[in-house]
Design a protein around this ligand. Structure first.
Ligand code: AMP
Length: 132
């Protein structure tokens, strides 16, 4: 059965997309710990990040870098933190989280509740800074 992220990539489930190429897809986390919290996902369905082969894993890192540069420009922050958990969705993904201090990377932090308009605005801002 397709994962929820494959359904998002296929457009069967809506998302706030920020970037895409032939192999990777980036969209806003629906339960963000910070404004601009973004997920980067390979279109290939693999559960565990380190089960990706070297080409996909390095491709994911390079695509995440491009997305992180755009997030940093769109959302004022000290830097963009990187987190990999994968405990909830069995489809490898990288969390990119704008940070001011180390506590901002804590996934147990209370989630922000953003309006649709806020999600759309942040996604649009990140998209506008993304350089393929
Ligand atoms: P984890 O698998 O532990 O890295 O967590 C999965 C992440 O995916 C969580 O931060 C969720 O908020 C996020 N998530 C789950 N479903 C969706 C969705 N439909 N759209 C955006 N983000 C989602």
């Amino acid at each position: 059965m397709a994962t929820i992220f494959s359904k998002i990539i296929a457009g069967e489930i809506p998302s706030y997309k920020v970037a895409e190429d032939e192999r990777f897809f980036a969209f806003l986390d629906i339960n963000p710990v910070a404004k601009g919290h973004t997920l980067v996902v390979p279109k290939q369905e693999t559960d565990y990040l380190f089960d990706l082969d070297d080409e996909w894993l390095s491709g994911l890192a390079l695509f995440s870098k491009k997305v992180a540069l755009a997030v940093k420009k769109a959302v004022p922050c000290k830097r963009v933190g990187v987190l990999v958990m994968g405990l909830e969705v069995p489809h490898a993904h990288v969390h990119l989280i704008p940070m001011q201090n180390e506590g901002d990377l804590n996934p147990a932090k209370p989630k922000l509740s953003l309006t649709q308009e806020e999600f759309k605005k942040i996604a649009g801002d990140i998209q506008s800074f993304f350089i393929p």
